[in-house]
Design a protein. Structure first.
Length: 463
């Protein structure tokens, strides 16, 4: 027995198990094939023992089951997992078992294990975070297994066959997509007063926040669990939905800077800045922290932040709004304020998940720390499942925010305007250099004497 770890027999309903016959004991060997902590959580195990734990005939550990299905691809492949589950279904009786003992084994162990194997298959095929598009080849293997007479003699087996056939029929239509629906009251959209050429200042900040939130939420909903795990493991970008979310955030920041810097007059720039502060504040209130951070990043970019004449015209009211947004996502103490906020609120929400102007996401930072901070195997060749379970906890936090979308009405004029503005600079190289040059053109560096002269002219004391 490993010090500080309990026996599997002490975990799975110990009082009942101590009186149960030997043939109803777990198949794995505690302390060798699998190890637990004092609270009964799995610390590590061989892949086969972890699969046995997943389909145990004893009481179900739903936390373990959820974690396993989220992270099993980090320590095995789906083909091996399917094979082990099928082998588990065909569990043979212990040698020498007969009569009433055999009947009891079949009823209390074999049958329960088989039901749980079939339920595991059902959960897998209905969740495209588990069986992804690249894994669809396993459906042929599952189809062959589930058509066996023994499997079809069980109601769960018949239902599983129906589910597999439905998925196979839909593959050609690429219709295997999770759809989330919100039943929250749908607010009345705030429409622009005219349909002429769009002007940002004519759009209500709340409605702009709603439209950008719909856009960001749609991208966020497409992120799959394996993308977070892969990114934390590989530490590089790609063409996944996380990259799309990061790209969108960067586009929003560029849009903000562009909208401010294209105005030659300081008063007009200040109006744009105040409008964006209100949009960021509305995003914060509706829990779209991704867009809020992107807008703040644009306003705090060096090219915009140095515009002193512009910022001098921002009142305390708007400065307070901006400060509230900045405090929400303050990176101090490992984003502690932001983390506590996420624990208090309920969906819908678009969390701050991507690299925004070289800042790592809270969630990705946590996953990377978990990945680097603990070994993949313990006690020799046992999978460090406690490490994988911690990663699963982070994924579940993210999936919580994917459980419910926002229920806003698309306003075509504003949505099309946003699309145009966010893609306006796609093909422009070195856009940050352009912004910097514009910034100095708008407000050149000046001496104190130059500043006094300018202020006197602006107030009418000098011609």
């Amino acid at each position: 027995m490993v010090p500080g770890r309990t026996s599997a027999h002490a975990i799975d309903d110990s009082s009942a198990e101590s009186n149960s016959p030997w043939y109803l004991s777990p198949d794995y060997t505690d302390g060798i094939d699998i190890i637990f902590d004092n609270a009964g959580n799995v610390l590590g195990g061989t892949v086969q023992a972890l699969v046995e734990r997943l389909t145990t005939h004893q009481h179900m550990d739903t936390r373990f089951t959820t974690s396993f299905l989220l992270v099993f691809k980090r320590f095995t492949d789906i083909d091996t997992f399917i094979r082990l589950l099928i082998e588990r279904f065909w569990i043979p009786p212990p040698k020498g078992l007969a009569g009433r003992d055999m009947d009891e084994w079949r009823r209390l162990k074999q049958h329960v294990i088989r039901i749980r194997v079939l339920n595991t298959f059902k959960t897998m095929i209905l969740d495209d975070d588990v069986v992804e598009e690249k894994d669809l080849h396993v459906l042929d293997q599952l189809m062959e297994f589930v058509q066996h007479d023994v499997v079809q003699s069980m109601a769960a087996g018949k239902h599983l066959l129906v589910q597999i056939r439905r998925i196979v029929c839909r593959i050609g239509d690429r219709a295997r997509v999770k759809t989330m629906v919100s039943y929250d009251p749908q607010p009345t959209p705030i429409l622009p007063r005219s349909n002429r050429r769009p002007n940002l200042l004519e759009f209500d900040p709340l409605e702009v926040a709603r439209q950008v939130t719909m856009m960001e939420c749609e991208i966020f909903m497409k992120i799959k669990a394996n993308e977070f795990l892969s990114r934390s493991r590989e530490k590089k970008g790609g063409s996944d939905a996380i990259s799309a979310a990061i790209e969108t955030s960067n586009k929003i920041a560029c849009w903000v800077a562009d909208a401010v810097l294209t105005k030659e007059d300081a008063r007009k720039r200040a109006l744009i800045v105040k409008h964006f502060i209100q949009i960021a504040d509305r995003c914060r209130n509706m829990q779209n922290f991704s867009s809020m951070v992107a807008i703040i990043s644009g306003l705090n970019s060096p090219s915009v932040r140095r515009l002193k004449r512009t910022w001098d015209q921002i009142s305390q009211k708007f400065a307070g709004m901006l400060s509230a947004c900045e405090m929400t996502i303050d990176s101090g103490n490992n984003f502690n304020n932001y983390r506590q906020l996420l624990q208090r609120i309920m969906p819908p929400c678009v969390p701050f998940i991507g690299e925004l102007l070289s800042t790592l996401s809270v969630h990705l930072t946590t996953l990377t720390f978990i990945q680097d901070g603990a070994p993949n195997f313990i006690s020799g060749d046992l999978v460090n499942f406690s490490k994988q379970a911690k990663a699963a906890e982070e994924i579940q936090k993210i999936q919580r925010w994917q459980s419910k979308p926002f229920n806003f009405v698309r306003v075509e004029l504003i949505a099309n305007y946003l699309h145009e503005q966010l893609n306006k600079l796609n093909d422009v190289p070195d856009v940050s250099d352009i912004f910097w040059n514009w910034s100095h053109e708008r407000e050149p560096n000046e001496t104190e004497d130059d500043k006094i002269t300018r202020l006197m002219r602006e107030t009418g004391f000098l011609p």
